[in-house]
Design a protein around this ligand. Structure first.
Ligand SMILES: [Fe+2]
Length: 204
């Protein structure tokens, strides 16, 4: 993440296990299942904590590859969604927090970056605004960035990556954290248990 003050917490369940039940939201999981056409598994948990000194967050996507913003070539005739990202914007997405920017494209479009410079705004981008507490869901192939905040204060975004349970392809960003707290949440919350019963180790 670009910026002066910013922490990326991966896996966030290690630092904040109390987030566990917040992943188990039936309405969200149902929507993810409909898009993935499969039962859903949580493949990655993460969060970002930053303040107003954060600079423009570079354009990037979360396709699979062995390095940041690098990915394996798009398979021929690939037209689906393999993996979804769902982030919760605790303070919303607006000019004060620095808006989320996305570069829309079809699932049938190539994966290549449409512009060379990841540090400037791109022609054709869309500005996403949402109120505090919003969950934003998108294909991990979607290029996204964020503007610099205009007001002081800390900002938190937390979320995860989701794949179908029958899609066992591992990903550079897969993560898991085992702890007694997490096991207790799994015992008490069947939906969280279902989201986390298939764990694929990252290949990196
Ligand atoms: Fe991202």
């Amino acid at each position: 993440m670009a910026g002066q003050f910013g922490y990326v917490l991966h896996p966030v369940l290690e630092f904040a296990p109390d987030l566990a039940p917040f992943y188990a939201q039936q309405e969200i999981v149902d929507l993810l299942a409909e898009i993935l056409q499969d039962e859903v598994r949580l493949a990655h948990s993460g969060a970002i904590l930053c303040n107003e000194t954060r600079r423009f967050c570079d354009w990037h996507c979360h396709l699979n590859g062995n390095q940041f913003n690098q990915w394996y070539p798009k398979p021929e005739n690939h037209q689906g969604v393999d993996r979804l990202l769902c982030n919760v914007y605790l303070h919303g997405s607006n000019s004060a927090t620095g808006e989320l920017l996305v570069y829309p494209r079809k699932v049938t479009d190539p994966w290549e970056m449409p512009f060379d410079d990841p540090l400037i705004e791109w022609q054709g981008q869309k500005i996403i605004t949402c109120p505090p507490g919003s969950a934003v869901i998108f294909d991990t192939a979607l290029f996204h960035a964020a503007r610099r905040p205009t007001e002081t204060g800390h900002r938190y975004i937390w979320g995860g990556h989701y794949q179908g349970k029958s899609n066992l392809t591992n990903h550079r960003e897969d993560n898991w954290f085992q702890s007694p707290f997490i096991e207790q949440y799994r015992k008490n919350n069947p939906l969280f248990a279902s989201l986390t019963d298939v764990r694929i180790p990252s290949f990196s």
